[in-house]
Structure formats: structure tokens, C-alpha cells
Design a binder for this molecule. Sequence first.
Ligand SMILES: CC(C)(COP(=O)(O)OP(=O)(O)OC[C@H]1O[C@@H](n2cnc3c(N)ncnc32)[C@H](O)[C@@H]1OP(=O)(O)O)[C@@H](O)C(=O)NCCC(=O)NCCS
Length: 221
Amino acid sequence: MPKRLIIVGAGGFGREVHDWATDAIAAGAAWSVAGFLDDNPEALDGFEMPVSIIGPASTHEPADDEVFVCAIGEPRIKLQIARSLRARGATFTNVIHPTAFIGQRNKLGVGLVLCPYSIITTNVTIGDFVSLNLHGTIGHDATVGDGCTLNNHTDITGWVQMGEGVFMGSHASVLPDAKVGDYARIGAGSTVLRSAKPHTTVVGVPAKRLPSFETPTRRAG
Ligand SMILES: CC(C)(COP(=O)(O)OP(=O)(O)OC[C@H]1O[C@@H](n2cnc3c(N)ncnc32)[C@H](O)[C@@H]1OP(=O)(O)O)[C@@H](O)C(=O)NCCC(=O)NCCS
């Protein structure tokens, strides 16, 4: 019996991942798509999908015949839900579209989504729960930490070191040897030349840190 693939997240990316999974099944992947987990039972209302929402991820008890993939864009939420499901025994699988290209000598984690026309070249190391969206590329000797969300046309070049939970907007680039800290956000169309610090948002070409707007503390006296 093929394993039942459950997609965690029934938003727009979830519906895309459903379609990439059915393409992968047509090309020989050994699962059937069973449905979605989502806290919002109405997330698929108005969309004609062949499978429905099974229930919320927070209470789902994984069964032996189920495998999972996470289709959530926000890295922190994705990692929290995926790690919680894994702690309850869930097994994650990789949804790899038949048009994705994966070169040689790469180390890939689990729970990956490799979308149409994405490319991973050579000697790349990728953690768990990473999504590489349409036309995204990861170049030679790069490392990408758990839970990164790499949107359409992102370009991670050679020797880049990227921490966990990084969000790259559409058409963002990171130049060779650059370092991107955990949970950094790189704006759409932006280019990181050398580094982006952890937990910062950087935008522009070259990418500069957005000021953080913290509530000013009133001076006593
Ligand atoms: C970088 C980003 C996360 C910041 O979002 P935010 O914290 O809500 O920031 P704001 O929209 O309030 O913008 C803050 C400032 O940064 C600027 N800015 C935001 N994104 C920018 C970008 N990608 N490039 C250049 N400047 C940008 C804004 O113009 C604004 O400048 P101002 O203060 O001078 O007016 C967001 O703009 C972005 O690029 N997201 C990527 C979206 C994407 O590609 N999604 C793909 C999946 S659908």
C-alpha cells in the first residue's frame, strides 16, 4: 500500500504543494495524497480540491501509514508545527517536482519542498523543512539551515552559509560567501552582499537593515 501523504497547511502554498505532489506521483513517487492539516477548517472553501482538511495539526496523531510535508511559508510557525508533529512520531518526506534538478554530492534533509524548475547544484547541504520555490537556485557548497523559506526565483550562490528559519522574498539573492543569520528576512528583489545578522530584516541592493520600530521607553524624571 502506498503511504498517505498529508500536507500541513492548506493555504495557497498548500494547494500548490498538492499539485506538485500529484505531478511527483504521476512520475513514480510512492504515496497517495490523503489531505491537509490546517487549524482553519474553511481554508479550502471555494477551491475545488480532490482532498479535504483532515483536522488541525496541533491535535493530529500520526499513523504508521502517513507521511507528512509542511506547506507553511512563515519559517517560525513552520518549524514549530513540523517539530511538534515529529515529536509525536510523524515521518516527513520530500516533495520533489519532476522538473526540479538536483546535482551530485548534496546532503538533503527531510520535509523539503522542491518546486518546479528549482535547482540544487553541487556539494550543497540543506536541513529539514526547507522550501525552494519556483526557479529558486542553491549553488555549490552552500549550506541552508532548517525551516528556510526560499521564494520564487531566489538565488543562493556558492559557499553561502544560511542559518535556520531564514525567509527570502521573491527574486532575492545572496552573493558568494555571504552569511545569513538565523531568522533573518531578506526582502523581495534584495541582494545580500556579505552578511545579514540574525533576526533582522534587510532590503534593497545592496541589502541594508530595516530599522526596528520598538516602542520608545519613557525616561523617568
Ligand atoms: C522585506 C519585507 C518582509 C518587509 O515587510 P514589512 O516588515 O511589513 O515592511 P514594510 O512593508 O512596512 O516596509 C518597511 C520599509 O521597507 C521598504 N521595503 C519593504 N520591502 C522592500 C523590498 N523588498 N525592497 C526594498 N524596500 C523594501 C518599504 O518601502 C518601507 O520603506 P519606508 O519605511 O521608507 O516606507 C517585505 O516587504 C518583503 O519584501 N516580503 C517578501 C514577500 C514575498 O516575496 N513573498 C513571496 C511569497 S508570496
